[in-house]
Design a protein around this ligand. Structure first.
Ligand code: FMN
Length: 379
């Protein structure tokens, strides 16, 4: 059966991925924090956004391309940063960076990924984004910016919705440690997922490689402490100003939900705001990201990037109608990799393209941005 029929949607990929990823890794990928109410709220609020279609539009030639921060993209879609991506699926960072470059979409490498800017930057054709968890030590801070710049990353993304570690109770219960330690219980779970096990064995046990040069100063490499947390600080507005002064490329702030922050970010010279609740992984009383979007749109004319819980083209159109200029997905790319290997991301691009085209046609719009201002029940 062709893959378009076997996995026509992101939920199909998710169900299949779950059967290919060891349980403790799945819990890391899938869990949110607290009772996971925010995660559920993201889905519920997206589903609740309805459009009222009008009729007799004639034939439409869809145009899904868009411009963000002076770059032209064929779809308003990219790959959000995922820490320990290569634990979720072996060699994920390289596979995703290559797939993004081929599809001419942005790939954002996390500070706490299992690959370094030195390895990933050259694969992104000068269009990669680097996500920064803000190092406390000014020396390390300067070094990370230099590594991102020297390896061809065009855009720096400062994540601000992780001022402290979140609890993620489901992940805690799963027995996952940092760096991952294979206890007998976890090994039994690995044994049930031979493809993952074999590929992980081939690529080596994943860890946060970007932080290797700094780990000896802070803690022993085999410490159970999460080096990603030991190195980082809770940034403030001065930190952001410092970054603006020291990073010459585009600067994005990720994890914004409060409209009052938007004009301040604009005044601080950021190039785009990323509206996100981290897929519900940080704070379980956060609003759904889609609910926060219209007020942030009204508070700034900066480009808005959106994520959290997107499961198809219709969700992308909902976000764009309510104020987003660009939409990122995190988990879905990993489902695609787990199910279809290196071919997976291209299949996800295909799903999103078909989905965007079908739903735009239904609404009689040629471009996603034409839905901005169209009457919805939410905006
Ligand atoms: C397993 C996992 C790890 C993540 N790691 C990071 C990270 O290192 N840095 C970051 O800014 N966001 C991180 N995020 C958040 C994503 O960038 C993004 O905001 C979120 O996954 C989007 O929601 P979606 O997965 O429903 O598409 C992570 C998300 C997941 C699921």
């Amino acid at each position: 059966m062709p893959i378009a029929a076997r996995y026509p949607s992101i939920p199909d990929l998710r169900d299949a991925a779950r059967r290919r990823i060891p349980k403790f890794v799945w819990e890391y990928l899938d869990s949110a924090t607290g009772t996971e109410a925010t995660k559920a709220r993201n889905r519920g609020a997206l589903d609740a956004v309805a459009f009222t279609p009008s009729i007799l539009h004639g034939e439409i030639t869809p145009d899904l391309s868009t411009t963000l921060m002076d770059e032209r993209y064929p779809l308003p879609v990219g790959i959000a940063p995922v820490g320990m991506s290569g634990l979720v699926w072996p060699d994920a960072e390289r596979s995703l960076a290559r797939a993004a470059t081929k599809a001419r979409l942005p790939y954002c490498l996390s500070t706490v990924a299992t690959q370094t800017p030195e390895v990933i930057g050259p694969l992104t054709d000068g269009r990669g984004w680097f996500q920064l968890y803000p190092p406390r030590d000014p020396q390390i801070r300067r070094d990370m910016l230099a590594r991102a710049r020297d390896n061809g990353f065009s855009t720096l993304v400062l994540t601000v919705d992780v001022p402290v570690a979140s609890r993620r109770e489901r992940q805690l219960r799963s027995g996952l440690t940092q760096p991952p330690r294979l206890t007998p219980r976890l090994l039994a779970q690995v044994a049930l997922r031979p493809r993952w096990a074999l590929d992980t064995w081939m690529h080596g046990m994943p860890h946060m490689r970007t932080l290797d040069p700094y780990s000896s100063d802070t803690c022993a490499k085999d410490s159970t402490a999460h080096i990603g947390y030991l190195l980082r600080t809770s940034p403030d507005w001065d930190y952001l100003r410092w970054l603006r002064d020291h990073w010459t490329g585009a600067l994005v702030v990720k994890g914004v939900l409060n409209p009052a922050d938007a004009p301040r970010l604009q005044a601080a010279g950021v190039d785009a705001i990323w509206v996100s609740n981290h897929a519900g992984r940080q704070f379980d009383a956060a609003p759904a990201s889609i609910t926060a979007l219209p007020q942030i749109r009204a508070a700034t004319d900066l480009p808005l990037i959106f994520d959290s819980g997107v499961e198809g083209g219709l969700d992308i159109l909902r976000a764009i109608a309510l104020g987003a200029d660009f939409v990122m997905l995190g988990r879905a790319w990993h489902y695609a990799l787990a199910v279809l290997g290196r071919e997976g991301p291209a299949h996800l691009v295909d799903i999103l393209t078909r989905d965007l085209t079908a739903n735009l046609g239904q609404l009689g719009a040629a471009r996603p941005i034409d839905l901005r201002g169209l009457q919805t029940n939410a905006g």
